[in-house]
Design a protein around this ligand. Structure first.
Ligand code: DON
Length: 306
């Protein structure tokens, strides 16, 4: 039954999804096929259903911020993380610098916007970019249950060469004392984590692991403490789609996190994880088809929790 619901959702959303635009500010992402649409759903009991282009690989981009935040909470503790980064939603785009400059003490408002994710990564107790990245990648592999989670070298280099905005955010934060350390090295690990390559099924399993309170339903491993999962889901619900988070909560009603690669991970507490993929984005940088698929699925299977 669920397989046919997923197939129907893809067919219904396809005409709308075509109206989105692939991200071009990272040149390599501009090469993606805007017509791709994939969906996967995993239960906390360990069932999985897939449809469309569910096995196509794409980069996690901002979805990786959930992983690095979870890692930071485990490695240095919730209190230390949230003494450096806030927990409030913004009404600004994901890479905005405006509020950071205007509001003292210039602390990023939450860990899911770019500034907050860069500060979060800087707090990890690992020596260099590669080590920080490998720690994030290893947690991502355990959350998804997939060993086949690797760096997309072309996307990584493409972002590294063009990311003036993230550099501006980072150097500004250093100038006001909220970011410490080797800025280029911290940014390098940020670009690497954003370029981790996954498919929709990987995201569905990650969502199910967060939904179950931290136990991966497919490997049986406890990957994160349940309290960390509660915080991650709360921040996904309030900040996961940036300035589109309120509208998403009204339309879909499920904690979720988007990325400009076209993926969205959603987590329905104690029930399901969902991964959607559609690289054509809306003006806020969220997958147009992905949001529409999640909205239809939420209605069809009564998934709303917000
Ligand atoms: O830093 C950036 O701009 C990208 N690597 C990630 C942004 C992103 O995914 C925003 N999400 N919708």
């Amino acid at each position: 039954m669920i397989n046919s619901v997923l197939e129907t959702v893809i067919q219904q959303v396809r005409p709308l999804a075509r109206q989105g635009r692939v991200a071009t500010y990272i040149p390599e992402l501009g090469k993606q096929d805007p017509d791709l649409l994939g969906i996967a759903m995993a239960s906390v009991q360990g069932e999985v259903w897939t449809a469309g282009d569910w096995d196509r690989k794409f980069t996690m981009q901002s979805i990786s911020k959930v992983v690095s935040l979870g890692l930071a909470m485990v490695e240095i503790g919730e209190e230390r993380v949230f003494s450096r980064v806030g927990v409030d939603p913004t009404a600004d785009p994901f890479n905005s610098i405006m509020r950071l400059e205007m509001v003292a003490p210039h602390r990023p408002q939450n860990p899911l916007i770019n500034a907050g994710a860069i500060v979060t990564l800087s707090l990890l107790p690992h020596g260099e970019a590669r080590e920080r990245f490998e720690a994030v990648r290893d947690l991502a592999r355990r959350l998804t249950g997939s060993q086949d989670l690797n760096l997309d070298e072309a996307v990584y280099l493409s972002e590294k060469e063009t990311s003036d905005r993230n550099r501006s955010l980072a150097y500004f934060m250093r100038s006001v004392g909220v970011l410490e350390g080797d800025i280029e090295d911290i940014l390098d690990s940020y670009f690497m984590q954003c370029s981790l390559s996954v498919n929709a099924r990987d995201l569905a399993v990650m969502g199910a692991t967060l939904a179950s309170g931290g136990v991966n339903p497919f490997t049986g491993e406890r990957v994160l403490p349940s309290k960390v999962c509660r915080v991650l889901r709360a921040l996904m619900a309030t900040c996961g789609l940036y300035d589109g988070s309120g509208e998403f909560a009204v339309r879909v009603g499920v904690p979720a996190k988007s990325g400009v690669g076209g993926g969205i991970v959603a987590s329905v507490p104690m029930r399901y994880g969902i991964g959607v993929f559609g690289p054509a984005l809306d003006p806020k940088g969220n997958s147009l088809g992905g949001i529409a698929m999640l909205e239809k699925l939420s209605q069809e299977l009564s998934l709303r929790v917000l």
